[in-house]
Design a protein around this ligand. Structure first.
Ligand code: SF4
Length: 347
């Protein structure tokens, strides 16, 4: 089992539930936009939010950001260790540094000292695209091995300062390489691991790529916190992360929808129905399984195994709840009825 660290009030590692992260996609000083992204992230169920800190003003703005949200706030630092110190002083709950560009060992020691005094953990975030000079050659051009070596070397430096609240991430934009690197890492240390595939793409392809990378690792028992990086609004990353966790069998509250692919037997507009149900339950945190099935072949079976379900008929359908048929309704009323029953569910 990995060690446990605390990012503000969120535990990472040591058997804690796998937490979900995302990143703000606006300048931290753009208060209006930041407020709306934070609200959407909180509604989607995000645990930890990261903000880019490109300069001293942005570091100072973390103090305001902290007042705007109940989520843990991580400062994302590249190039200048002084910004990490400043962000820690401004109240960040965790600092992310990139060993490939953070600079001198003395600088890293100063960050460790400041975070140690404040009880703030540090994530060593290695990216395949910004590895420190020479490490790839040292490892015979083995990218996964070079990422592991870079992270563990930085961890050793932090540990030499008496700093142990470390989390590690190794991200490549290639899913198999990300998987290999994290497997190697997991065999060599017990630091909690943040997993994700970097720059994975738009919602559709990026979600699939992330599901392959993150999902494979989760199925190996690797990964304490996840971030799906998508070229899309931050809340979409949280929705994708939740779905990956669910598909990997790591349930985390929220409604899982099982819907059939439809076929020539379908006599109901199942795609519209599934969409309506999905939209209607997105904010519901109850841990429930809901089946939306097109016909009576598999419909009643699946629907009765789920907590709630619909089995379609001809422009109509039957609603199931906890294995029992509740009523037959026309298509236009099915989703509304199902959603209201799910909202009223008391476990
Ligand atoms: S549940 Fe019925 S409608 Fe859906 S794919 Fe199966 S046979 Fe077709």
């Amino acid at each position: 089992m990995t060690k446990r660290i605390m990012a503000g009030s969120v535990p990472i590692g040591g058997g804690a539930p796998v937490s979900i992260q995302s990143m703000l996609k606006a300048d931290i000083r753009n208060i209006g936009e930041i407020r709306s992204q934070l609200a959407a992230l909180e509604e989607a169920g995000c645990d930890i939010v990261r903000a880019a800190v490109p300069d001293a003003d942005a570091a100072d703005a973390l103090a305001e950001l902290k007042k705007m949200t109940g989520m843990s706030v991580v400062a994302d630092i590249h190039f200048d260790w002084r910004l990490a110190v400043r962000a820690a002083r401004a109240g960040a709950d965790k600092i992310r540094i990139n060993p490939g560009n953070i600079g001198s060992r003395e600088g890293v020691r100063a960050v460790a000292k400041c975070c140690l005094e404040r009880g703030i953990p540090i994530r060593i975030g290695v990216n395949s695209g910004s590895l420190e000079k020479g490490v790839l050659e040292e490892c015979g051009n083995d990218l996964a091995e070079a990422m592991v070596r870079s992270a563990l070397r930085q961890a050793e430096l932090l540990e030499s300062c008496g700093f142990g609240d470390i989390c590690v991430s190794l991200k490549a934009s290639d899913a198999p390489e990300t998987i290999r690197a994290n497997r190697l890492l997991s065999a060599r240390c017990d630091y909690p691991i943040h997993i994700g595939v970097t720059e994975s793409g738009n919602v559709e392809y990026g979600t699939i790529k992330s599901a392959v990378g993150i999902g494979s690792l989760l199925c190996d028992g690797i990964g304490d916190t996840v971030r799906v990086s998508l070229t899309a609004e931050p809340w979409r990353e949280v929705v994708a992360a939740k779905n990956i966790l669910r598909a990997a069998g790591i349930r985390r509250g929220g409604v899982e929808i099982i819907s059939c692919p439809t076929c020539g037997r379908t006599k109901i507009d199942l795609m519209a129905l599934a969409r309506e149900v999905e939209e209607g339950v997105r904010d519901i945190k109850k841990d429930l399984k809901v089946a939306v099935m097109g016909c009576v072949v598999n419909g009643p079976g699946e629907a009765s195994n789920a907590d709630y379900g619909i089995a379609g008929g001809s422009d109509s359908g039957v609603i199931f709840a906890k294995g029992r048929i509740i009523e037959k309704l026309p298509q236009s009323q099915l989703a509304k009825k199902l959603i209201s029953m799910i909202r009223d569910d008391n476990g």
